[in-house]
Design a protein around this ligand. Structure first.
Ligand code: GLY
Ligand code: MN
Ligand code: MN
Length: 447
C-alpha cells in the first residue's frame, strides 16, 4: 500500500527530527548503568461502547522516543554495550486503511534512531532474554497492573533458568525517578515547543477577551479557545478549560462551562493547549462587560501585584517555596488593606486565616504533563530553582458571599497565571502575550 505520508513527516506536514530524544535515551542509559529498563507507552482507553478517547501517549515514553503509536514499549540497556530497542505494531494494510499510518518496526528504526526494533508481538518471547544477566531491572513499578504481571512472568522465566548459569536481576527500581529528574530541566527542543504552546494559548486568551459580551454563555467562550488552539495546530487542550463567570470563578476546578455571563461580573478563564505533548497553562480574569467595577479593580490589583512579586522571586538558586511566600505576603497585605481580613499582618500569616480566600499553592512544574513530574523537595527541603525549570505562577483570590464582607466583593474570583522559564540570569515569562494589566485588558475589550 502506498504510504499516506513520508515516515519523516508528521501529520502536520512538518519534517521531524528525533535527535533530542536519542540524546535523552543516551543520557538515561548512562544513569541506568549496568541494567535494563522497560518503558511502555499508554493504552488506548475506551470512552463508551466501541468508541475510544483520542490516544494520548505516556509522557515518559514520549520524552524518550517521540513515537506516537499505542502498543509500544521502549527497552534500554545501559553499561558497556547500550541498546535502545523499540517494540511496536507491525504494518497492517487493513488497519491502516481504517485507522491511518503505522510506522512498523523497519521505518521506526530508521526514523527514530533505535538500535533495534521488533514487532510488539515478540515482546513476551524476547523480554526474558533482555532481562537475563542484568543486575538491575527498572520499569514504572505499579503504574499498570497488567504490565506488572507480565514483568513478573518474564522475571520468573529468567529465575527458572539460574541453574543453567543465567543470572536474574536482584535490584529493582522505578525508572520514573530518573526520568522525572531529567524532565525537570527542559532542553532546547522542549523549550522551543513550550514557547509555541504558550504563544498559542496566549492568542486563545486574547480571542476570548475580544469575544466576551454580557449574555453570552461560558461554552461560547470555550469554543473560541478551542478554535484558536486548533487553528494554530495545537493537538488539544492540555486539560479541560475552565471558563467560569461570576460565582463560578470561586470554584477552583469548575469545568461545566454552561452558565450565562452576567453584566458586571468577572470571567475567569484557565485554559492551555498541548503542542506535540507540551502543555501551556494560562489563567486570565477580566470583566464580562469590559470594565472593572471598583471592588473588582481593588481585588485584581492585589492579585496582579502578588503575581508580579512572585514572578520576580523566580530565579536560579531560589527555593521553590519562595515565590509562593512572596505572593502570600502581597495578598495578605491587600486583604488587610481592603478590611476583608483584620491584622496584624504577622498573625494572619501565622494563623493561615488567609486560606479562606487563597487556598491553593502559587504554582507547579509544567511540561509534558500540566502538573509536571519532578519532586518539589530534596532531603526534606524545598528544591532550588535551576535554569531550564518551567513552572507556573498563579496566585488568586476567591471571595464567597459572607455577611462580614461588603457585598461588592461577593463572588469575586480572580486568578492570574503565567508560565515561566527559569533562565541563567532570572526568568522568561513564556505567556506574556496574554494581557493582564487592567488598562491593556480594558482597551483590548473596547476594540
Ligand atoms: N490548570 C490547572 C492548574 O492551573 O494547575
Ligand atoms: Mn491553570
Ligand atoms: Mn496551573
Amino acid at each position: 500500500m502506498a504510504l499516506t505520508r513520508s515516515p519523516k513527516t508528521s501529520a502536520r506536514g512538518v519534517v521531524q527530527d528525533f535527535r533530542a530524544q536519542a540524546q535523552r535515551r543516551r543520557r538515561l542509559q548512562k544513569e541506568i548503568g549496568e541494567g535494563v529498563a522497560f518503558i511502555p507507552t499508554a493504552h488506548e482507553q475506551l470512552r463508551n461502547a466501541d468508541t475510544h478517547y483520542p490516544f494520548r501517549f505516556n509522557s515518559h515514553f514520549w520524552y524518550l522516543t517521540g513515537f506516537p503509536e499505542p502498543e509500544s514499549v521502549l527497552v534500554l540497556t545501559g553499561g558497556k554495550s547500550p541498546r535502545s530497542i523499540l517494540f511496536c505494531r507491525q504494518k497492517n494494510m487493513e488497519r491502516e486503511i481504517w485507522d491511518g499510518y503505522r510506522y512498523g518496526p523497519k521505518a521506526a528504526q530508521q526514523v527514530f534512531g533505535f538500535t533495534e526494533t521488533y514487532p510488539i508481538e515478540a515482546l513476551d518471547e524476547l523480554a526474558p532474554s533482555l532481562i537475563a544477566g542484568q543486575p538491575k531491572l527498572l520499569y514504572p513499578i505499579g503504574a499498570d497492573s497488567s504490565f506488572d504481571t507480565r514483568m513478573m512472568n518474564w522475571l520468573n522465566i529468567v529465575r527458572g533458568k539460574v541453574r543453567s548459569g543465567i543470572s536474574a536481576p536482584s535490584e529493582f527500581s522505578d525508572i520514573r525517578g530518573l526520568i522525572d529528574e531529567m524532565r525537570l530541566i527542559k532542553d532546547r527542543s522542549e523549550i522551543r515547543t513550550m514557547r509555541r504552546s504558550a504563544h498559542i494559548a496566549a492568542q486563545a486568551h486574547i480571542r476570548a477577551m475580544m469575544a466576551t459580551k454580557p449574555g453570552m454563555f461560558e461554552y461560547e467562550i470555550e469554543a473560541e479557545l478551542l478554535h484558536e488552539f486548533r487553528r494554530h495546530g495545537a493537538q488539544s487542550p492540555a486539560y479541560p478549560s475552565i471558563v467560569a463567570g461570576g460565582a463560578n470563578g470561586c470554584i477552583l476546578h469548575y469545568i461545566e462551562n454552561s452558565a450565562p455571563l452576567a453584566d458586571q461580573s468577572l470571567l475567569l478563564i484557565d485554559a492551555g493547549c498541548e503542542v506535540d505533548g507540551y502543555a501551556s497553562d494560562i489563567t486570565r480574569t477580566f470583566p464580562v462587560n469590559g470594565t472593572f467595577t471598583p471592588a473588582q479593580r481593588d481585588c485584581y490589583e492585589i492579585v496582579l501585584a502578588a503575581q508580579l512579586a512572585a514572578i520576580k522571586a523566580v530565579k536560579p538558586g531560589a527555593l521553590f517555596t519562595s515565590y509562593h511566600d512572596a505572593a502570600v505576603k502581597v495578598l495578605v497585605q491587600g486583604l488587610i488593606d481592603l478590611k476583608i481580613l483584620k491584622g496584624p499582618f504577622a498573625r494572619v500569616i501565622e494563623s493561615g486565616e488567609y486560606k479562606r480566600f487563597y487556598m491553593h499553592r502559587t504554582g507547579h512544574w509544567l511540561g509534558l504533563d500540566v502538573h509536571d513530574v519532578g519532586s518539589y523537595s530534596l532531603n526534606g527541603k524545598a528544591r532550588r530553582l535551576a535554569p531550564g525549570n518551567v513552572l507556573t505562577v498563579e496566585p488568586g483570590l476567591y471571595i464567597r458571599p459572607d455577611r462580614a464582607i461588603p457585598r461588592a466583593f461577593w463572588n469575586i474570583g480572580i486568578r492570574i497565571e503565567d508560565d515561566v522559564l527559569v533562565t541563567e540570569t532570572g526568568r522568561d515569562v513564556l505567556t506574556s502575550d496574554a494581557p493582564k494589566e487592567i488598562d491593556d485588558i480594558e482597551s483590548l475589550m473596547s476594540e
